[in-house]
Design a protein around this ligand. Structure first.
Ligand code: FE2
Length: 263
């Protein structure tokens, strides 16, 4: 048997998380590992971490989270150039990215996506600008506004990424496992203690992806609220490790989470 293991939000700059990731290992030869973003902020650390995992697992499939995109004014790679740089380096170490042919596990096409957020997970009747003002007033603004927004038009990039993903997925036959850092539907964000944070948690443009592309499941992270919920009959599962100080409050559960298994 081979197992496809699911993880996200490794945040390995925290020593306790780095230790857990160092212990990640296949149960059997041929096991795969899905990493749904937020490995770290530094490009070098992201690539080094995934390269080490790739030496242990038969296949490592990655998609970026918001933290991989975090940049400062002094950084050489920002915005789109940062994503392109990550793709180049991860290909060199044999990691599958959203820009590569989708790998197939058994008869399921594993599709790493990168669809970002566009402030559309917001209360009905509020514009994005109004919702952002509400979030600032509630002190619920995510760091993405400081470390991503200055370097790229996120709303425009999100729309482009959704169109690109649809084009790629339309060419796929048979069942899929959709992997994205951000939830593909709004329902998982309803569990957020601070509802305004949903602005940075996805886009309504991906709502029908699971149905349109015959998903057996949707794997995401970002919320740091590991749980599986059903949306229109499809399991959407948050496989975050999250920050050490959050883990003490998380329900006890298997991590990494076993996903698909094939003989
Ligand atoms: Fe995260």
């Amino acid at each position: 048997m081979s197992t496809l293991w699911l993880v996200s939000d490794l945040h390995v700059t925290f020593p306790a998380n780095r230790e857990r990731v160092e212990r990640l290992a296949p149960a059997e030869e041929g096991d795969w590992l899905i990493v749904a973003g937020d490995v770290a902020e530094s490009i070098d650390i992201v690539v080094d971490t995934l390269a080490r995992l790739r030496r242990r697992f038969a296949r490592v499939v990655w998609c970026p989270g918001n933290h991989e995109l975090f940049a400062r004014p002094s950084d050489r790679y920002q915005g789109r150039a940062r994503y392109a740089r990550l793709i180049d380096l991860l290909r060199e170490v044999g990691v599958d990215t959203p820009e590569d042919p989708y790998p197939v596990f058994g008869d399921v096409t594993v599709a790493p996506l990168f669809t970002l957020y566009d402030y559309s997970f917001r209360p009905a009747g509020r514009s994005a600008a109004e919702a952002l003002i509400d979030a600032r007033a509630a002190r619920a603004t995510l760091d993405d506004e400081l470390y991503i927004a200055p370097y790229v038009d996120v709303v425009e990039w999100c729309a482009e990424r959704v169109a690109y993903s649809r084009e790629r997925l339309t060419a796929v036959d048979g069942p899929t496992l959709l992997v994205n850092h951000w939830p593909l539907a709004v329902e998982p964000t309803r569990r957020l203690r601070q509802p305004d944070m949903a602005l940075w948690c996805g886009t309504t443009l991906t709502r029908s992806f699971a149905r349109d592309y015959r998903a057996v499941g949707v794997v995401h992270g970002h919320l740091h609220m590991p749980e599986e919920i059903m949306v229109e009959g499809v399991p959407h599962v948050d496989v975050s490790l999250g920050y050490p100080f959050e883990q003490v409050h998380m329900p006890r559960r298997a991590w990494p989470m076993p996903g698909l298994r094939i003989p």
